[in-house]
Design a protein around this ligand. Structure first.
Ligand SMILES: Nc1nc2c(c(=O)[nH]1)N[C@H]1C(S)=C(S)[C@@H](COP(=O)(O)OP(=O)(O)OC[C@H]3O[C@@H](n4cnc5c(=O)[nH]c(N)nc54)[C@H](O)[C@@H]3O)O[C@H]1N2
Ligand SMILES: Nc1nc2c(c(=O)[nH]1)N[C@H]1C(S)=C(S)[C@@H](COP(=O)(O)OP(=O)(O)OC[C@H]3O[C@@H](n4cnc5c(=O)[nH]c(N)nc54)[C@H](O)[C@@H]3O)O[C@H]1N2
Ligand code: SF4
Ligand SMILES: [Mo]
Length: 869
């Protein structure tokens, strides 16, 4: 019997199992999987002809066999109403992961809804409404009628600015092009909602305005570049735990030296060797540990900077490289502007940078030498710069982002093999929406407005601010109070008297109440405040398209039924739009009602064709049929044309193998998030795509032609002077409280643990969020491993479980974020940058003991997370 999986024997996948293309619905990496499904009454046999792997399973398989799967990759689910076996296993032929899974993705099957095997039974199956003092199931029409009537009433009376929206903007589960288009068409097409925020930040903006304003989109290279680079610079990314298979399948080979042949092939005579790695992170992560093991300690430099001081380090590097002449003059002249200006403005000595960052002068110089000093034969060093939330949610986001891009441009490392200056990424991407230009910059600080009592109705799509926002304690305090006012009002009238109900709600709103609608797949913490909850289908229960961190777009095919009446988000948005149209007509507002048209989609594919196919760059080349044919490898966005595969083709193609049909020239794709400008549409008609025998031609690297996103094609260097801890209140918080409460992710847990919370494997390991602490700090506070502590400051308080970590610096703790049994965001201040980007990482607080390790903790191991060679 497999540990905690209640299964002793797994069925053999039969030769005639149906195979579906799947992309892992969790992180940015977007690993390719295959879903095998077949009738639950049967299984395959050991003879090669009787199983899907075509091998003799009566013989012992070797260690690396693909003819195998573990219990975590198995479940028994519904497909078109029938019981089927489901095996969801990594695809060896996918170039992203080459068959690797991760401790998250490799458990997708067991994290699926199964009444037969009792997994994820907390999934929402019906719309729920607040009725008789609790949330009760109802029909879609009843729930949507209530939402539409209240929303339409409020919009008719107070205008669209009274409707507040929180919505994901990403790909994968709780996202995808279909669903961002569905929600986008509703809020930016039918309406022009301004008070809208994204799932992970309190406004509708970009995480990386900085790089975009320079003309450099943030996902500009390909994963292969990590195999080709001489040096990898990793800033605030813990890639082993958070972009796992990108790290394992593309960084590790380069660190081990096994991609040297690939480099020789690509670069001819140029000197090549295994990668060197520079890691900028205040904390020693397991990524640092893994790099040391794989590349050898001598090839890894961990710069454990003082929290929030990245910018001055990058400025010092730029200054040093410019002084030494380690810059790409030809590239700078041909493809950029304002280099000299930026170098002058950003001048910082190594000594000054050392003082502020806490890193030795020698290490700062060693790092820039690894990054920029020309190689033997004066060849330009190929350096890839990768950053994620340690920079993005770090101090002075805009300037810090730009100071890193300055260095990448100066060293000629954008648009070149082995280079790139890229986000490592969070979720997959899947942004497709009408223009958000009306939102403006800076965008509204939505959380702040809600706390101030603004807003009348709040629609929440697939995010749980109670666990994941900043200033979370205050947010929850006010949000509960305001939504309780509406609940009390709803309790005062019969639910069935719809006119009286709508009046009671709108009256309560006038008193300061807030009507909250939550669209999710499971009950959430913010959902506890909701008046209506709408059940969504998720990836695999619907067809869903997304792109990964190298812009690789694939279709995940529906392989199982959603629970109960759950529907894809895009169709929920469409049905809500239909009801809004009706509600506005009933209110005698036919002109407003008329805006809610074009939502007659029957399937998610309809939403895709209406959205991505018509509106995204190169979208006219992309259809479900073509994506299906391109499997788990897909193509890299933007699509630039079609290529005949040589099979029967009609229309404009002659069908000759390798024949290329090109569309109009496409400028470098933007990243897939809000752009705050009208997305340019393609001029001219696209060639008529003949049959589905054509492959989509993609784009391996952006800016390979040296032309950037600017009218003159030139990237702009930016002045990025150091201004200390930039967000209001941060310096004072640091001065007042003894502990840095650094925070972020862990390998095992996906996000706010929305599925994990009902999974024994995860909850047994982390019944409470861990807080990594230096053992001497723990001794001072009289703490033993596993003891519960309170973390507190002027913003709020939360709890965690002490995890002794000898490598942690004194007074620098690291806490798991967004956890249901202890929300780190409770102690994060409301401080943001000038474009309303939160600063989650720079948080300081106090720590005190609450109790000895509780029962659920006593049996846990607290051994080091590091591994040895
Ligand atoms: N302190 C601190 N706070 C942070 C961060 C940090 O580093 N530190 N990081 C920030 C970042 S980068 C992120 S991404 C956010 C995450 O913040 P959230 O997006 O709020 O967190 P998730 O857990 O990803 O929540 C996703 C919700 O979507 C639901 N969901 C999943 N699939 C579907 C679907 O198909 N349809 C619908 N409708 N819902 C679905 C899940 O059940 C879950 O409730 O947290 C941010 N907050
Ligand atoms: N296992 C797992 N993987 C995930 C997720 C998950 O929930 N679990 N979530 C996904 C999502 S949505 C996201 S956005 C990504 C996030 O991916 P990452 O950004 O890699 O993850 P984090 O742990 O939030 O933060 C990374 C590092 O930033 C460091 N850091 C803190 N302060 C600073 C600073 O001042 N400077 C620098 N340079 N570094 C600093 C932290 O010590 C931490 O090691 O992960 C994705 N992948
Ligand atoms: S690395 Fe990311 S995409 Fe790949 S299996 Fe793990 S969670 Fe899924
Ligand atoms: Mo994220």
């Amino acid at each position: 019997m497999a540990y905690k999986r209640q299964i002793g024997r797994l069925p053999i996948v039969p030769a005639d199992a149906t195979v579906h293309n799947v992309v892992c619905h969790y992180c940015i990496v977007g690993c390719g999987y295959k879903a095998y499904t077949w009738d639950a009454r049967y299984e395959g046999g050991t003879a090669p002809k009787d199983n899907a792997f075509g091998v003799d399973l009566s013989k012992q398989q070797d260690a690396e066999t693909t003819a195998w799967y573990p219990p975590s990759m198995y479940n028994l689910v519904k497909q078109n109403g029938k019981d089927v076996h489901l095996v969801l296993k990594p695809d060896k032929d996918c170039v992203v992961n080459s068959g690797l899974g991760s401790v998250r993705g490799a458990r997708m099957a067991e994290m699926s809804y199964s009444r037969q095997r009792n997994t994820e039974l907390q999934r929402l199956t019906n719309p729920l409404v607040w009725r008789y003092g609790q949330l009760q199931p109802t029909s879609w029409d009843d729930a949507l009628d209530l939402v539409a009537r209240v929303t339409a009433n409020v919009v008719a009376a107070q205008g669209e600015d009274a409707l507040f929206v929180s919505a994901y903007d990403h790909g994968g589960a709780g996202g995808g092009y279909e669903n961002t288009w569905g929600t986008g068409k509703l809020y930016f097409g039918a309406m022009k909602i301004k008070n809208i925020r994204i799932h992970n930040r309190p406004a509708y903006n970009s995480e990386v305005h900085g790089t975009r304003d320079m003309g450099v989109g943030e996902l500009n290279n390909c994963y292969e570049d990590a195999e080709l680079a001489d040096t990898i610079v990793a800033v605030g990314t813990n890639a082993l735990e958070t972009q796992t298979n990108y790290f394992l399948n593309h960084w590790v080979p380069n660190m081990r030296g096994t991609s040297v042949d690939k480099k020789k092939k690509e670069f001819g005579n140029e000197a090549v060797d295994r990668a060197r790695v520079v890691i900028v992170d205040p904390r020693r992560t397991v990524t640092v540990n893994a790099c040391e093991i794989e590349a050898g300690k001598e090839n890894v430099l961990h710069l454990a900077i003082n929290s929030g001081t990245d910018l001055i380090l990058f400025n010092a590097w730029l200054t040093y490289a410019a002084d030494k002449g380690w810059v790409d003059r030809a590239f700078i002249a041909a493809s950029t502007k304002d280099f000299d200006k930026a170098v002058a403005a950003n001048k910082v000595s190594v000594a000054d940078a050392a003082k502020i960052t806490g890193v030795s002068e020698a290490d700062i110089v060693k790092a820039i030498t690894w990054i920029a000093e020309p190689k033997a034969g004066n060849a330009r060093r190929r350096t890839m710069f990768a950053y994620e939330k340690g920079l993005i949610w770090g101090n002075d986001n805009y300037r810090t982002n730009q100071s890193l891009v300055n260095l990448a441009l100066a060293t000629g490392n954008v648009g070149r093999p082995g280079g790139g200056c890229v986000r490592m990424g969070g979720h997959q991407e899947g942004y497709c929406r009408p223009s958000d230009a009306h939102v403006g910059r800076p965008a509204a600080y939505v959380d702040k407005l809600l706390i101030e009592g603004k807003g009348a109705v709040h629609h929440v799509w697939g995010c749980d601010h109670y666990k994941t926002t900043l200033n979370a304690m205050e947010f929850k305090r006010v949000y509960k109070k305001r939504t309780d006012m509406v609940k009390d009002a709803m309790n005062s009238v019969p639910y069935g008297d719809r006119d009286a109900m709508v009046k009671a709600i709108t009256d309560a709103i006038r008193q300061g109440g807030l009507f909250s609608v939550d669209v999710d797949i499971v009950p959430t913490k913010i959902g506890e405040a909701a008046h209506v909850i709408l059940p969504a289908a998720t990836s695999g229960e619907m067809n869903l398209t997304s792109m990964n961190g190298e812009r690789r777009m694939r279709l995940t095919e529906r392989y199982m039924d959603p629970p109960g009446q759950a529907m894809p988000d895009c169709l929920i948005a469409a049905r809500l739009a239909n009801h809004m149209e009706r509600a506005f007509r009933a209110l005698g507002k036919p002109d407003i009602a008329g805006k809610f048209t074009g939502f007659d989609w029957k399937t998610e594919e309809d939403a895709f064709m209406d959205g991505y196919h018509q509106h995204e760059k190169g979208g006219e080349f992309v259809t479900y049929a073509r994506l299906r044919a391109m499997g788990t490898n897909g193509f890299q966005e933007p699509a630039v044309g079609l290529e005949s595969t040589g099979a029967v083709a009609a229309g404009t193609s002659t069908g000759a193998p390798g024949e290329v049909l090109k569309g109009p020239a496409i400028e470098g794709a933007r990243g897939k998030e809000p752009v705050q400008k009208d997305a340019p549409t393609l001029a001219g008609a696209a060639p008529t795509p003949p049959a589905d025998t054509q492959r989509i031609i993609g784009t391996k690297r952006l800016y390979a032609d040296g032309k950037f996103n600017a009218p003159d094609g030139k990237a702009t260097f930016m002045p990025t002077q150091w201004r200390g801890l930039q967000a209001p209140g941060k310096q004072a918080e640091k001065d007042k409280f003894p502990y840095l409460i650094n925070n972020g992710r862990a390998n095992l847990v996906w996000q706010s643990a929305y599925l994990d919370v009902e999974n024994e494997l995860v909850m047994d390991r982390w019944p409470f969020p861990f807080i990594e602490m230096n053992p001497q700090d723990m001794a001072e506070l009289n703490l033993k491993e596993g003891d519960l502590v309170e973390v507190y400051n002027d913003n709020g308080s939360t709890q965690a479980m002490a995890y002794p970590t000898p490598t942690a610096k004194r007074k620098q703790a690291f806490m798991l974020f967004a956890y249901p049994t202890g929300v780190q965001g409770n102690v994060v201040s409301a401080g943001v940058n000038e474009f309303i980007i939160p600063n989650y990482k720079q948080t300081w607080g106090s720590i005190r003991k609450i109790s000895d390790a509780p029962a659920g903790v006593a049996h846990l191991t607290f051994k080091s997370k590091e591994y040895t060679a």
